[in-house]
Design a protein around this ligand. Structure first.
Ligand SMILES: [Zn+2]
Length: 318
């Protein structure tokens, strides 16, 4: 026997499939969701995509699996946020929800009487999260970052959660598994509340190749097989994954123009020059160097560095 899934005033019973826009409680914000509630008992997973409007492959991959999967093929249930920040994506805003210019993936769990983004977070944290056993949050580098396919897994929520999320990550088609101590994002807040999850970041710079969509479909299918939600055998991961325990997320402390001297997947040495920030006339403002021997995992791929905001380079100790 399965269980009912309840989302924003709708009940999706076992054996039912629901696919439509719902309205986030306490708002007029409409977001597309799919629920495939199987007839048999099993785990419930949340596949979340489109939290950030400039991050495309996850949304495309989720649309394929969510349209094809039927309750007769499912034990337990699968909930898809097909594109949580739908207004941001359709208006081509990179990260924030345009209605209030806030980031869904920060300052969880939000509040029931705040702005739109606060209420979206509150709904995810309080109505959705308690119904699910695992969260796969699909992201990418967005419009401005180049990024090597990677997963952030929780390392500050106990050994058991670390091992579970690492075990699942080994079935995902990525290069790097990066330990994260984050606690106030969609998946990281949930991990700290006892619901395991990972962020999977695939591709970047506003790209959405056919290959990246297919890789994401395989990731979702492998996750469903892992939890026994669907039947089948794992699609093998051909890449040799590296686990990184320590990462430096270098943020710009100058406003200006960023000229990197490294690239993603490059192995760099302690002290190596990462790049420079210059003013609009080309005058040097700031130079950055690596603090330890590392591999570059993602970086700002455009010219602009905003003071205190732009992540110039993220590099993980090797
Ligand atoms: Zn993102």
């Amino acid at each position: 026997m399965g269980k009912d899934i309840i989302l924003a005033g709708r009940t999706i019973k076992r054996g039912e499939k629901f696919q439509d826009f719902i309205t986030i409680p306490g708002t007029e914000y409409r977001t597309p969701v799919t629920v495939i509630n199987g007839e048999g008992e099993g785990k419930t997973v949340l596949i979340s995509a489109g939290v950030h409007g400039g991050e495309y492959p996850g949304v495309a991959s989720a649309s394929v699996v969510s349209s094809q999967l039927e309750p007769s093929e499912v034990r337990g249930a699968v909930i898809f946020f097909n594109c949580l920040n739908y207004s941001g994506m359709m208006s081509m805003v990179d990260a924030h929800v345009p209605e209030d210019d806030k980031n869904i993936n920060r300052a969880f769990p939000g509040s029931a009487d705040g702005s739109v983004t606060e209420r979206i977070k509150y709904w995810v944290a309080n109505e959705v999260r308690p119904q699910v056993d695992f969260i796969l949050d699909l992201h990418s580098g967005g419009q401005f970052e180049t990024l090597s396919d990677l997963i952030f897994f929780p390392t500050a929520c106990g050994e058991q959660m670390r091992e579970l999320t690492l075990d699942i990550s080994r079935h995902m088609d990525v290069n790097y598994l990066v330990a994260s101590t984050a606690r106030d994002g969609l998946y990281s807040y949930s991990c700290h509340q006892g619901t395991p999850g990972i962020i999977l970041e695939r591709s970047g710079h506003g790209e959405c190749s056919k290959k990246s969509i297919e890789q994401g479909i395989n990731d979702i299918n492998n996750l469903l097989i892992y939890f026994g939600i669907t039947e089948g055998s794992f699609i093998p991961v051909e890449r040799e994954q590296k686990i990184f325990e320590r990462t430096n997320y270098l943020t710009s402390d100058e406003a200006g123009f960023w000229y990197p001297e490294v690239q993603i997947d490059e192995d760099i040495d302690k002290g190596q020059k990462l790049g420079t920030i210059k003013d609009v006339f080309g005058n040097m403002l700031r130079e950055y160097h690596a603090e330890f021997d590392a591999t570059v995992i993602y970086m700002q791929g455009g010219l602009i560095a905003q003071k205190g905001k732009t992540n110039l380079v993220s590099y993980s100790e090797r």
